[in-house]
Design a protein around this ligand. Sequence first.
Ligand code: TRP
Length: 442
Amino acid sequence: MAKRDHFATRLGFVLAAAGSAVGLGNIWKFPFMTGQNGGGAFLVLYVAFVLTIGLSVMLAEFAIGRAGQRNPVGAFRALKGGAWPAVGGLGVIAGFVILSFYSVVGGWTLAYAIKSVSGALASNDPKILGAAFGAFIADPLDVIGFHAAFMVLTLVIVAGGVRHGIERAARILMPILALLVIVLAVRAVTLDGAAKGIAFFLTPDFSRVTWDTVNAALGQAFFSLSLGMGTMITYASYLDRQVNLPKTAAQVTLLDTGFAVIAGLMVLPAVFAFGFDPAAGPGLTFITLPAVFAQMPAGALFAFLFFALLAIAALTSAVSIIEPVVSYLIDERKMSRRAATWGAGAVTWALGVPSALSLGPWKDVTVGGKGILDAVDYLASNIMLPLGGILITLFVGWSVAARAVDEAQSGGAHPFALAKVWIFICRFVAPAAVAWVMIQGL
Ligand code: TRP
């Protein structure tokens, strides 16, 4: 067998894992979910889930991946076998489901990068911006075409292989995006009338919390950290034994949460300052930010930079959604990287077409009371990923605990003081809490 492609440096891995975690989940989904779920209380629940369950699941995935040195299915088989490889299989299926709608929204960001150059979005009138988004989203050729373009870009990177494709893209572009999001957040919080939005975001009102809020926060934690489907298993399988896994998991988690909080400060104050509806749903970032750009010198330039960088952040995430699928097809089905990438990509693109149509021509089609895109997102974020998280933590906590602790400590090279707490969370806390929230949510 050919030697497995590996990340060149620890920094390269941190950036690739952070590049996976930071994406549309932070900048598109988090602000609109916070808006729909009542603001501050959602933020508090989300952060609480991230720091307890999220961090533990991430470390569990890192340990499984690096110990197994294989795709999610193969890693479970290498470590234990039995029925466990099916958990990896669930992750592979989730990869198709998630990327199908993720690529649709990725296409919106590409389209908006192009539109902002033309100045078509220079306005701060909620009606005009809402109508512009509505018109774009209603045009099937446009939306499906950009969905295809985004998918092709993703596949080109994945076909290039891990080190060359993923690591390089993440290393250069993530820091630039971070800087830009901070600049935009500063502009947003200093707008006239921003205070109401800041208060909405940062002041929790627990009287408005329902099980739906808790369930939404849990799903968001999994989605944003790229957990529950084997992305982090796959990335860690490209890792050498020297890397300190707990430290890396903490860094990736903090980076991801930092991005989400700053994205909230970039969108929500502007929502209130300009009189948008915080519960507007998936269009929120796309209708609100152009109003912020319209208030800035060289707004069109900032708009272009923002949407282009967001598209790139989405690409580094999209790559990580399909990489477990591709890795599975290569390792287990003996396909070439090229055939696996383009085959899986074509299927995922087709799966995404209904989501692409779902805010426009098919906006009246609902599944369980939600539009198609929302329903597919819910299936992935609130059912498949938490279920994956339960099984992954049970596996680490009960089935391979000693091996996992050894791996988390890099065979003794990096002693991990909280190993017992981690295993306790994997055994009891995470599976029970996630199962409880899922059951209440259904
Ligand atoms: N975390 C990414 C985001 O926030 C999306 C993502 C990448 C993902 N890989 C994943 C979500 C695996 C769930 C599972 O945009």
